[in-house]
Design a protein. Structure first.
Length: 526
């Protein structure tokens, strides 16, 4: 099926112009043909290639010709499209860039969408500058502003290109617009008095691996070793944090640690996870196929269905409602499990899990063995010129082991690892204290190990991640999730092949485990 071109008007060729003469530029780089400038006052400025009025007219003429004369071209293929228009005698690379940007890309927003450092783009209403969520500088204000007519046309264009419809009857939509973006829009003033709005959420083209997370200092190699121990032994992990703090990226990295022969079932409403495992079954929710809202498949239905699929691990991208109860039942029946949950603290997470609308049974909660809290932090670091500037980072704030005390109607937390934002480093417990944890004791009991055997295994895993970290600083392939996953499979087969005896462990000051009990996990509904 051929795509159709949309109405051609000057909006299609809206150009981003930069005004930085009165600004202090703290960073700049190029995305395609456009330049990006980051300023000290928190702006994200796009400078598009200069285009003249005669070139704009030429673009209109080309589009008109393509619309009526080139209907045989399969324009869904960018390369074929470029070849075809070059055969027509159009050799100007700048014109070709703008044509492809308007037809295949995101038009005026395309440079921001293509910027690998941009995580989200938001246009809340007409005549409001687009806000950019940047991986290095957090929230920035751009120089992209669309008036009411432009924004309405832009919403229509993006939605229709994705094969969907939007109208006054159905004025809101959230769709996967490409492999790396999700588009959420509202249309005109049907549900918002300000007018249309756009949110573009981006997903990384290269999913996060466990080594990339270690190199970025999101977690410590010993943290990775402990979490790998939990995953290997099918002990469930709950990852908590606020919006955009990296929960899904952490899940993707932890999935590297799952054995090759394991059957993994993932359930998501947006397909963000990417696994290298051969026996991976990804399940995605489906929106209604009809105007009367029939045909939808929600998270609860998928998680319930996943229980019948004989999986070894059940990974739920994020629990919000009753699917959390089904996931808890799954981990109680022996599934390995990882999921994420919006909560700022471990206490709040447990309280929300056991109450409406999730209502996890306390007995099921007993199968949850770890809560990992990940957060965004603002650090002050010097750049290459020695100038202090704010740096936005993601760090694991704490890892908690937990046990349910049914007779006391409480959950007891053991704070294992914690983050020191002043030093930008992690507090790591002594190995002699780790083996005293409830989960460590359970693993030793199941495997028939004594404390020495458990400690030796944890040290081996720690050295393995130290080696991967060392290698990844030299060779980027050690950051790739597929390559890292295969190395972990080999590690499970035989750790000795990695010559880990050569690796010296990092010397860190050990820290006794802090036990938090004040008002922790009081189960009022038991």
């Amino acid at each position: 099926m051929k795509n159709k071109f949309f109405s051609f008007n000057p909006f299609l060729f809206k150009i981003n112009r930069a005004s930085i003469s009165n600004s202090i530029v703290i960073d700049q780089y190029k995305v395609g043909y456009s330049y990006i400038y980051i300023t000290s006052d928190g702006r994200y400025i796009i400078e598009d290639p200069i285009i003249t009025q005669s070139e704009i007219q030429a673009l209109n003429n080309i589009l008109e010709y393509l619309l009526y004369k080139l209907h045989t071209i399969e324009i869904t293929d960018e390369n074929k499209f470029e070849e075809a228009i070059k055969k027509m005698g159009i050799k100007n690379d700048k014109l070709i860039y703008f044509l492809k940007r308007e037809i295949f890309g995101f038009g005026v927003l395309d440079p921001a969408v293509k910027d690998s450092k941009v995580e989200d783009i938001q246009i809340p209403a007409p005549n409001i500058p687009a806000r950019i969520i940047h991986s290095d500088y957090d929230k920035l204000i751009s120089n992209i502003v669309l008036d009411e007519k432009e924004l309405n046309n832009y919403v229509e264009k993006l939605v229709y290109k994705s094969g969907k419809n939007i109208s006054a009857f159905r004025p809101l939509l959230s769709i996967r617009s490409s492999d790396t973006t999700r588009l959420t829009v509202t249309y005109k003033k049907e549900i918002g008095h300000k007018g249309s709005s756009i949110t573009i959420r981006k997903f990384p083209e290269n999913p996060w691996s466990i080594t990339r997370l270690i190199v970025k200092n999101t977690l410590d190699p010993m943290m990775a070793a402990w979490l790998m121990q939990l995953i290997e032994n099918k002990k469930a992990i709950l990852i908590i944090g606020g919006m955009g703090c990296g929960k899904t990226s952490l899940i993707n990295g932890l999935c590297n640690c799952i054995n090759e022969r394991a059957t993994i079932i993932t359930v998501e409403d947006t397909p963000e996870l990417r696994l290298a495992h051969p026996y991976w079954i990804p399940l995605i929710t489906r929106e209604s196929l009809t105007l009367d809202e029939k045909g939808s498949i929600d998270m609860f239905t998928l998680v319930k269905h996943a229980l019948r699929m004989s999986g070894d691990y059940l990974i739920v991208g994020e629990v919000r409602g009753e699917e959390g109860r089904i996931w808890a039942q799954a981990i109680m029946t022996g599934h390995g499990g990882i999921t994420s949950f919006h909560a700022e603290t471990h206490n709040v997470a447990v309280e929300r899990l056991i109450n409406e609308p999730i209502n996890v049974d306390v007995g099921s909660l007993a199968s949850l063995h770890s809560i990992v809290n990940i957060k965004k932090y603002v650090l002050i670091k010097e750049d290459e010129r020695g100038v202090p500037r704010k740096v936005f980072v993601r760090r694991i704030a704490g890892i908690y082991d937990l046990e349910v005390q049914l007779e006391r109607k409480k959950v007891k937390f053991y704070k294992m690892f914690s983050y020191d934002s002043i030093k930008d480093s992690f507090n790591v417990p002594k190995l002699e204290t780790i083996v005293k944890l409830p989960t460590a004791k359970l693993i030793m009991e199941e495997k028939g190990w004594d404390e020495k055997m458990f400690i030796n295994d944890l040290i081996t895993k720690h050295k393995f991640f130290l080696k991967l970290k060392e290698k990844s600083l030299i060779d980027e392939k050690f950051l790739d999730y597929r390559f890292v996953t295969q190395l972990i499979w080999k590690f499970y087969e035989n750790p000795k092949q990695f010559n880990l005896e050569e690796i010296k462990e990092e010397e860190k000051e050990g820290k006794e485990i802090e036990i938090e009990e004040e008002g922790v996990g009081v189960m009022g509904n038991v």
